[in-house]
Design a protein around this ligand. Structure first.
Ligand SMILES: [Zn+2]
Length: 211
């Protein structure tokens, strides 16, 4: 059996097991999608959102990209955010990074990774520049990377709060709360780093009027 064929056969086993446990499992999910959470995570294969949070299909709306970035010109992420906030009416947005993130590590080095990756990772270099003093005071290389991972998650939560999508929803519906978490590959534990409740004051520079 080819490696991809194993995926298809495992899928059949999974579907059969789900049906055996609950004959209405799939039928219930066909008609409605009402997850409470939007998850913005790293594409890293070792950080699968549903597995590490013990959630089932239908429970988390998910967007993943390299190093879990919230970039305001990213039409893909912004569409997901708009749909999750305004149509699904999710209550919480979680940005989940992970210690040892290869994307953050690459952004801290000077290797030319060619145009597209350079362009994407440049967003993280900017975070390094803002926090240069704190980062460069850490002598241990792993700890320095992991602090950058935390700062990256924080900045992405701030980036969410800077969007008109979030600000408008905070004004009208007082949701969603924003959460910044970091997953540890060594023990499988998620560490909450930052929480911004709906309506939290942000830098007035980023506030939109008359939303
Ligand atoms: Zn990563």
């Amino acid at each position: 059996m080819k490696s991809y064929e194993a995926l298809l056969s495992d899928n059949k086993h999974w579907a059969a097991k789900k049906l055996a446990e609950d004959p209405g499992f799939f039928e219930k999910l066909v008609h409605v999608q009402a997850p409470e959470f939007l998850w913005i995570g790293c594409s890293d294969s070792r950080v699968p959102p549903n597995q590490i949070t013990q959630t089932e299909p239908g429970e988390i709306f998910i967007h993943r990209n390299v190093a879990n970035l919230v970039v305001n010109t990213d039409v893909n992420l912004m569409s997901v955010l708009d749909y999750a906030v305004n149509h699904i009416k999710i209550k919480h947005v979680v940005v989940c990074g992970h210690y040892g993130c290869g994307g953050v590590k690459a952004a801290m080095a000077n290797t030319d990774l060619n145009q597209v990756l350079n362009m994407w990772l440049r967003n993280i270099k900017d975070i390094y520049r803002i926090h240069r003093k704190e980062i460069e005071a850490i002598t241990d290389e792993t700890k320095r990377l992991n602090r950058m991972v935390e700062l990256n998650v924080k900045e992405q939560v701030f980036n969410l709060a800077k969007t008109a999508i979030i600000q408008k929803s905070w004004n009208s519906d007082h949701r969603p709360d924003l959460h910044g978490w970091v997953y540890d590959l060594h023990d499988g534990i998620i560490d909450p780093i930052i929480e911004m409740k709906a309506g939290t004051d942000i830098d007035p520079l980023y506030e939109y009027e008359d939303l």
